[in-house]
Every structure is written in structure tokens, then in C-alpha cells.
Ligand binder design. Structure first.
Ligand code: ADP
Length: 475
């Protein structure tokens, strides 16, 4: 069964968040299960693309309004990621360093989608499933069905996975001319609130849509940045499949990015060495409980409350707890956290920026990982921290709710709270401080966390079942 995954991100080629981790892992595990899955993404001028070799497998031209865009399809030569990787390059439009935030982002992602469709059309490929991820490829299901250019592919089943329902990629109707000739009686399928909304269009037009956790499927009907009613209407087409983690990359027993390797049979010594390394680097005290935060410093993640909550806790538990923040995002939050670090130089440290290697050490060397997210479609951080024996402290929402039971409940292993509020975060911190003093219980819980199985095996099977239900081809 031939699958094309379309995505703006894919680890290790280009990553901003969880989307990259999923698209870098799911196809690999699908191939191990006997599928023929490939990834198609925009070309970025980054380390991975500079350091690897590619063949040009197709050259073509597509039209974006009146602009003729020449594109190339580059294929990574070795398939070393465990799947075929295709990059779409359009000089001057899709050949830059960053993934997002260019003023012509709309043009970039439309051109990416059109080039993909033109490529598979002209080269007469017939994938069994086209699997689109987030709004960057959200117009594909509509275009396949309602543009004459792609009639041959119109019946191809499409799956649309929502990794983040807050971002829709919406743009004005004045840009309709960017799309190729379409059936104008169907433009309602593109529209939401008076604009062209790729996320809404994909939810309507894909054969099935999936969310990255079962709880998030329900929550989108209550909180999806204006699409709540659409998700209510389309609920029957939705399937919630929790993300897995790439257990080859995220494995404390072999991880080359941490100070000391360890496994579930010998946790304490390994974690201590990693904590020591982390504390030395960040001027913290390894004798105190270390609570970390890793992630985008944005409202969605509850990052705006971090400075106040941490300050309150540091005042309440004077000299009894340390904090370490790794993240980048909203300037105001970054500045508040820097000020906190200056106020509590031996109890709190902050690394503003993105650092993949450091993230591994933080998962390994911390005792607790704080996730006060307002919205968390799945969340990978809590899964990585569990694998490294670091207790997640999560707000009960989305994938956090589905994966982290409270240690106070039978079989539980995390700290849960209901609200993204300073009070609830501080209460969770106070529970962590108390638990840290009970070393025996902490070690028992760490062991419980580290033997959990959040590998892709289970989720891969669920995706394969979904594909099979849409396509009669046997795998
Ligand atoms: P989201 O995709 O919403 O940002 P996820 O929990 O799904 O959140 O995925 C976050 C991923 O990004 C994890 O792999 C996490 O380790 C990584 N990450 C986030 N911020 C940073 C950072 N500043 N440095 C290194 N890794 C980061």
C-alpha cells in the first residue's frame, strides 16, 4: 500500500514541534509493518539538506495565479530515515531556512501543495492513500476532488491528521486565483467565516480526519479557534489515535545526547549523573528537586503563567526547589523568565532558544516536567519524560489526560491538575516537593513510568486499520 505523507515538518530534516516527531517516525514504523510510506515536504535550506545527497527525480512547473513556478522534486538518496523522503524546491519561494512566519507563507504552502499534485499527476503515480498533516496540506483533499486537473486522482482516499487545531492557515478570497481551475459550485467547501480556511476544508473533504489523541477529538468541538461547530458537524468522520514515540531516538539506554545511559533496571545512578551534569551546566543544586519546562513559550502551553507560578513557589519553598526552562516564544514571557532567573540565580535558570540536544539532557536529568498546557492535542514531552523516568506534572487536557494518570490513583505515575492557573501549578509544585522527599516512592514511580509502552507499534496498527477501511488494496 503506497502512502504519501504531506507535511511542513519532519524530524530530523526540519522541526519546530511534535508534528516533526510524528512525521519523522510514523512512516518508518508503517514501512516496518509492510506498507510503502513516503514523506513529501517543502525544501528548507538547513543542516540536513546541506549535509545529505539528493537526486532530482522530477522537474515541472505549476501556476500560482499568474506566476509560473518551476519546481524540482528532490529525493534523499539513501532512504536512511526509514522511508523515501521527497523535498519540493521552488527557487525564491520554497528554498529558505525557516519553516514558518514568512509574509508569503500562504503562497509557499499553496505552491507546495500544487507542486505535489502536479508531480504525482504528470508522473502518473497512483498512491493508495494521501495522508495530509495540519493545514499546510489541507487544500489537497478539496483539490483532488474538485479540480479538473486532478480528475485521475479524484477517488484517492485522503486522511487528514490534526496535530494542532488552533492554526488554520486561513486567507482571503482575493487569493482564490492561486488555486487551479476548480468547480465553482463547490467553493463552500473552502469557506469558513468569510475566508478560505484550509483546516476547515480538509476536515470537510478528507475521507477521514484524525486527531492525535482521543480526548482532543472531543475537545475540538469546544475549543478550536472558531471551528467548534464544524467539528461538531463532522464528528462522525473523526478518529482519535494517540501518538507514539520513536523509541530508537528516545531511549535513555542508548541516547548519545545524555551524560549517562540508564535503563529501568538501574534508574537512580543514571538519573543522578544526568542531573549532576545538568545542574553543573546551569548552576543549580542537584540535592533539590529539579522541575523543568520544555516547549514553545506560548499561551497554548500556559507559558504566560510560568514566571508568576515559579516565583510564588520559590518564595513559598525558599531553597527547596530548582527550576529550569528550555524554550522560545513570546517576547514578554521570555523577558519575565529572564527576570526570574536574575532574581533567583541559584534556584532558577532559563535557556531561551531551541536546542534538541539539551532537551534530551533535560528529560534525563530532571525530576519533574511541568506542562500546564491550555491546549495539548497529544503532547510528546510527557511521553519522553516518562521514558526517561521524569514525572510529568500535567494539566488534565487532550493527550495529557489520555496518557498521564495521577500517582494518587491506582497504577498512576504523574501529577495532574485541572486548571491552567497559578494556584493549580503551585499546588502541583508543592506535591512534587513533598514527593521528592519520599525517595522510595519516587523510585517506585520512576520504574513504573519507564516500563510503559508508548512506542509506535500500537498507533501504527490503528493507522493501518484506518487505511484498510478506506482502501481495498491489500498490504
Ligand atoms: P508542540 O508540537 O505543540 O510544540 P509537542 O509536545 O507535540 O508540542 O512536541 C514538542 C516537541 O518539541 C518535543 O520533541 C520537544 O522536546 C520539542 N521542543 C519544544 N521546544 C523545544 C526547545 N526549545 N528545544 C528543544 N526541543 C524543544
Amino acid at each position: 500500500m503506497r502512502i504519501f505523507h504531506l507535511s511542513a515538518e519532519c524530524y530530523p530534516v526540519a522541526k519546530v514541534g511534535g508534528l516533526a516527531d510524528v512525521v519523522g517516525a510514523l512512516p518508518k514504523y508503517q514501512n516496518l509493518a509492510g506498507l510503502d510510506a513516503a514523506v513529501v515536504m517543502p525544501y528548507y535550506d538547513r543542516k540536513f539538506t546541506r549535509e545529505n545527497e539528493f537526486d532530482t527525480v522530477f522537474q515541472g512547473a505549476t501556476l500560482l495565479g499568474t506566476r509560473r513556478l518551476y519546481f524540482e522534486i528532490l529525493k534523499e538518496k539513501t532512504n536512511k530515515l526509514g522511508f523515501e523522503l521527497f523535498l519540493i524546491k521552488i527557487p525564491g519561494l520554497i528554498d529558505r531556512e525557516n519553516i514558518y512566519s514568512y509574509p508569503d507563507e500562504t503562497e509557499q504552502f499553496i505552491a507546495f501543495q500544487l507542486s505535489f499534485l502536479d508531480w504525482i499527476s504528470y508522473s502518473q503515480q497512483s498512491p493508495d492513500i494521501i495522508h495530509c498533516h495540519d493545514h499546510h496540506s489541507g487544500l489537497v483533499p478539496f483539490l483532488l476532488q474538485h479540480s479538473k486537473l486532478y480528475t485521475r486522482l479524484a477517488k484517492t482516499p485522503t486522511v487528514f491528521t490534526i496535530h494542532n487545531g488552533q492554526y488554520h492557515g486561513a486567507f482571503g478570497w482575493d487569493k482564490l486565483s492561486y488555486l487551479p481551475e476548480i468547480d465553482l459550485t463547490k467553493t463552500g467547501l473552502l469557506d469558513w467565516s468569510g475566508g478560505i480556511n484550509p483546516l476547515a476544508s480538509a476536515v470537510r473533504c478528507a475521507t477521514k480526519y484524525t486527531t492525535v489523541s482521543p480526548s482532543y477529538l472531543e475537545e475540538l468541538m469546544l475549543n478550536s479557534n472558531g471551528l467548534e461547530y464544524l467539528f461538531f458537524l463532522e464528528r462522525a468522520k473523526g478518529v482519535g489515535i494517540i501518538n507514539g514515540i520513536d523509541t530508537e531516538i528516545w531511549n535513555p539506554a542508548t541516547d548519545p545526547m545524555i551524560a549517562e545511559n540508564y535503563s529501568a533496571t538501574k534508574i537512580a545512578a543514571g538519573k543522578d549523573k544526568n542531573k549532576q551534569a545538568l545542574c553543573t551546566r546551569f548552576n543549580l543544586d542537584p540535592a533539590k528537586p529539579l522541575i523543568a519546562f520544555i516547549g514553545r513559550l506560548v499561551y497554548e502551553k500556559g507559558a504566560d503563567l510560568l514566571a508568576e507560578a515559579l516565583e510564588t513557589s520559590l518564595e513559598e519553598f525558599t531553597s527547596k526547589v530548582n527550576f529550569l526552562i528550555l524554550g522560545a516564544g513570546e517576547t514578554k514571557t521570555e523577558m519575565e523568565l529572564q527576570e526570574l532567573k536574575e532574581k533567583f540565580p541559584t534556584d532558577c535558570n532559563v535557556y531561551i532558544g531551541y536546542n534538541e540536544e539539551l532537551a534530551h539532557l533535560v528529560y534525563a536529568g530532571s525530576d519533574f516536567l511541568l506542562m500546564p498546557s491550555r491546549v495539548e492535542p497529544c503532547g510528546l514531552n510527557q511521553l519522553y519524560s516518562l521514558r526517561y523516568g521524569t514525572m510529568p506534572m500535567v494539566r488534565s487536557t487532550g493527550g495529557l489526560k489520555d496518557t498521564v494518570p495521577d500517582f494518587g490513583d491506582t497504577g498512576g505515575y504523574g501529577i495532574r491538575y485541572n486548571n491552567t492557573s497559578v494556584e493549580d501549578i503551585c499546588y502541583a509544585i508543592s506535591r512534587a516537593v513533598v514527593l521528592f522527599d519520599d525517595n522510595k516512592q519516587l523510585q517506585t514511580l520512576r520504574k513504573r513510568m519507564m516500563v510503559l509502552d508508548f512506542s509506535w507499534d500500537v498507533s501504527t496498527k490503528q493507522y493501518i486499520e484506518l487505511y484498510k477501511s478506506l482502501n481495498t488494496t491489500t498490504i
